[in-house]
Design a protein around this ligand. Structure first.
Ligand code: C2E
Ligand code: CA
Ligand code: CA
Length: 790
């Protein structure tokens, strides 16, 4: 039964529990009924057979009695004749005529068809014969002889083809002098008597049939008596009958056959069977209805449980389960299911809560904010509505976390949340925390100007330091704004553009910036640019240019700064400002730095040959966060057999200030390896000089925004002088970049600035052109020297 049947009906049965229950019930019922029916039928059959056998047995006895009674009557008549005076007188006188007449009289009186006087020699002396059957005296003699020996035997013999029953009575005077023999025929009347008495059919069968067999001589049957002779179970004129054969004479096959129709016996039993069948059908009907009802009782709630669990599977926990009020197991199951539903619903609500809310601040999280922006866009599609996304990123939050600990960082974020919600938010605005120190506002109906005003209000609220557990903490942030629909009609585009604006604002140390395609050649382009950059690196499209640095006092070519270029197959030579920011955003800049460093190391021998002391390479903020950078640089140096002392690494102030702790760790590691370190673009940042003191740097590069204009602006010249003095006070080498003319160079010489870099000497050039520059420069120096001499 375990074998999986694949017939369609079996799968139908397997599918419907109710069908299985009903089929099982009805099947069992039919089985029981069929067994009962079989037993009863067998019993009926057996008892019918018994009844028939008994009836036939009794029939045979009746038949024999009937014959005996008639025979007794003949014996009586013959006895009377034997005592008759006239008969005895006629015997003694031998008067045959008288003998005949006496025989005739007596025979007629007692109804014997045959009467005879047989002497002691068994010779038939006188005969009375009604039907003329006595032609065969030999038979008479044989019968007489038999009867003389056994007077009480039932002697039947055929005379003239008809069966007769004979009796014999001896005549004594006083010795036996002969016998009176009398016989009557077994005839139609006898058979009818038998039928009346026993209700059996009787067939008299005598020899003489075709082939020497028996043939029916007389019969109480209407027709087809011959069929009755064929056995014990016969079929006569279509009716089944049971037969009993009773032999008539010892010396002959002649017999009577007693017959009983089976139907008459079985009929009452048949009625019983029909009644039983009717009861069975009724029971099947009742059972069917009841079991369908019972099955429904079970399967209907089961089905509703199945559909309820499917509903749960689809995430719909709102529908309470049915049948929970039942007191039985199904009720228990429904209750258990319903409890599960409630629990899952609660759990799901919790998960939703987690998925959409920020635990720390209680604000919506990025997912919810994104969904809200989407909704606003969809709503805007109908009412053309505008809205603005303001994003803000705290400055130096990681620093707070590192220095003051995470718990303090959490308190700070909560304080910031309060400031934002208290100062930036109107009804209907949404404030969310997107990630660590990144927050965002969704301002329905706002344009760029309104959003800027909100950003400035929040920025103003940040000006007052936060008071956290007796500590005051300065907070500031960069704000970026993207407006719908002008900056994007897609939630992700809007968010990433607001982010680009924020990032740019922070870099420019502006407090708030509205997105502008100029600051972002397209966020979508960023990715394709990134893959292009990768390709550029792999296919050798990057070039290293070198810009010479000269010692101002001696005029000697003392070093060079390595600056990257991209030899784009279509766009030509791409300046670094067009791809370095993307490389920084995506982190690809780390690979770029390694590439430039390796190029510088590789070309170092040529530079050294020109008399240079060292070459400078720029590092980005990302590089400083990379704790593996020092080891990687080591590896490159080792491969080329170069020394760290010949390389200066330029870092901007802001790169250090992003995460001073980690930056400091990297800088220390680099310094320990012998690298020179330089602070690039000095003067544009806002770092405190206190930090500068602790950094392991060797050099300051004055930002060219001061240098380029110092020949015209006294203010700029003053700043340059201050920086030069500061550097010297801190024992640092000082470099001026953006030296565009001889006047500036002369001013720098007067200020005692150490080195100069700028277009006045040379633009950045490929390494191959450096030798030519060196020669030209030498030439200019000697000319200047001779001018000075004369
Ligand atoms: P930077 O490090 O301040 O590089 C100096 C920039 O000033 C160079 O621009 C140089 O060509 C330019 N310059 C030099 N002298 C003069 C002058 O007399 N007048 C004017 N107006 N400009 C002058 P460049 O090569 O376009 O590089 C721009 C910036 O790109 C660099 O500024 C640096 O921040 C970045 N950068 C360039 N190459 C690399 C690199 O290999 N790695 C990294 N991380 N950044 C790089
Ligand atoms: Ca630089
Ligand atoms: Ca610079």
């Amino acid at each position: 039964m375990q074998m999986p049947l694949r017939l369609p009906f079996s799968s139908f049965f397997a599918r419907r529990l109710s069908t299985r229950i009903v089929a099982l019930f009805l099947g069992l019922l039919l089985l029981v009924q069929a067994a009962g029916f079989g037993v009863i039928s067998a019993t009926i059959e057996g008892s019918a057979r018994g009844t028939l056998a008994r009836e036939l047995e009794i029939g045979e006895r009746v038949w024999r009695r009937l014959l005996e009674q008639k025979a007794d009557a003949l014996v009586l008549g013959a006895t009377v004749l034997a005592a008759d005076y006239g008969f005895r007188a006629a015997l003694s006188t031998g008067d045959v005529d008288t003998l005949d007449s006496v025989l005739d009289n007596h025979s007629a009186r007692i109804g014997a068809e045959i009467g005879a006087w047989v002497d002691t020699g068994f010779v038939v002396r006188a005969v009375h014969d009604d039907g003329g059957a006595m032609a065969d005296t030999a038979v008479m003699q044989r019968v007489a002889a038999e009867l003389a020996r056994q007077p009480r035997a039932s002697q039947v013999a055929l005379l003239g083809g008809r069966p007769f029953r004979f009796v014999a009575v001896p005549v004594r005077a006083p010795l036996v002098i002969g016998w009176v023999v009398m016989g009557f025929p077994i005839d139609r009347a006898l058979l009818d008597d038998m039928r009346d008495l026993s209700r059996l059919h009787v067939v008299l069968a005598l020899p003489g049939g075709p082939g020497g067999g028996l043939q029916p001589a007389l019969s109480t049957l209407q027709a087809d008596a011959g069929a009755a002779l064929t056995g014990e179970r016969v079929r006569v004129a279509g009716d089944a009958m049971v037969a009993r054969h009773v032999a008539l004479a010892a010396d002959s096959d002649a017999r009577v056959v007693l017959l009983r129709p089976v139907d008459t016996v079985v009929a009452p039993f048949r009625r019983l069977q029909w009644a039983l069948l009717a009861i069975t059908l009724l029971a099947v009907a009742v059972f069917g209805v009841v079991s369908v009802f019972m099955a429904r009782q079970i399967t209907t709630p089961l089905r509703s449980l199945v559909s309820a669990s499917a509903q749960l599977g689809r995430g719909d926990y709102s529908q309470p389960l049915q049948h929970t009020d039942r007191a039985d197991e199904i009720g228990g199951l429904a209750q258990a299911f319903d409890k599960m539903r409630v629990d899952i619903a609660a759990h799901a609500a919790e998960v939703r809560q987690l998925a959409y809310w920020d635990r720390l601040t209680g604000l919506p999280n990025r997912a919810q904010f994104r969904a809200a922006v989407r909704e606003a866009i969809e709503a805007g599609a109908h009412n053309g509505g505008r809205f603005a996304v303001v994003m803000l990123d705290l400055n130096r939050f990681k620093h707070v976390n590192d220095v003051l600990g995470y718990r303090f960082g959490d308190l700070l974020l909560q304080g910031v949340t309060r400031r934002i919600t208290q100062h930036g938010v109107r009804d209907g605005d949404l404030v969310a925390r997107l990630s660590g120190d990144e927050f965002a506002l969704l301002l329905p109906g706002a344009d760029a100007a309104t959003a800027l005003a909100v950003a400035e209000r929040i920025a103003a609220s940040f000006e007052r330091p936060l008071l956290l557990e007796d500590q005051t903490v300065d907070i500031s942030a960069g704000f970026g704004i993207a407006c719908h629909p002008e900056h994007g009609t897609d939630a992700d585009v809007l968010l990433s553009r607001a982010e680009v604006a924020t990032y740019t604002a922070k870099r420019r140390t502006a407090s708030a910036l509205v997105y502008d395609p100029a600051i972002d050649v397209g966020s979508a382009q960023t990715l394709s640019l990134l893959s292009e950059l990768r390709r550029a690196l792999e296919q050798g499209e990057l070039r290293m240019f070198l810009q010479p640095k000269v010692a101002i006092a001696s005029g000697r070519l003392i070093g060079a700064e390595a600056l990257v270029r991209w030899q784009h197959p279509e766009r030509g030579l791409v300046p670094p400002m067009q791809f370095i920011p993307y490389a920084e955003q995506t982190g690809f800049v780390r690979q770029l730095t390694l590439w430039v460093f390796e190029a510088a190391v590789r070309d170092w021998p040529q530079l050294a040959a020109l008399g240079m002391e060292r070459v400078s390479v720029n590092l980005s903020a990302r590089d400083l966060m990379d704790s593996e950078l020092p080891a990687r640089l080591d590896g490159i140096l080792a491969r080329h057999g170069a020394s760290a002392a010949n390389f200066c690494l330029e870092i901007t102030e802001s790169a250090v200030m992003d995460e001073p702790q980690r930056a400091l760790a990297t800088l220390n590691a680099l310094s320990a390896r012998g690298f020179k370190l330089s602070i690039d673009d000095f003067g544009t940042g806002y770092s405190s000089l206190a930090y500068l003191k602790d950094l392991p740097v060797d050099e300051l590069k004055i930002d060219m925004s001061f240098v380029k204009g110092m020949d015209r602006s006294a203010e700029d010249a003053k700043i340059v002088r201050l920086v030069v003095d500061l550097a010297h006070n801190l024992n640092l080498n000082v470099v001026a970049e953006g030296v565009e003319n001889a006047a500036i160079l002369a001013q720098l010489r007067a200020l005692d600035c150490d080195e100069a870099q700028g277009y006045h000497m040379s633009k950045p050039v490929p390494v191959a052109e450096l030798a030519a520059f060196a020669a030209r420069w030498q030439q200019r120096r000697s000319e200047a020297a001779s001018v000075a001499l004369h």
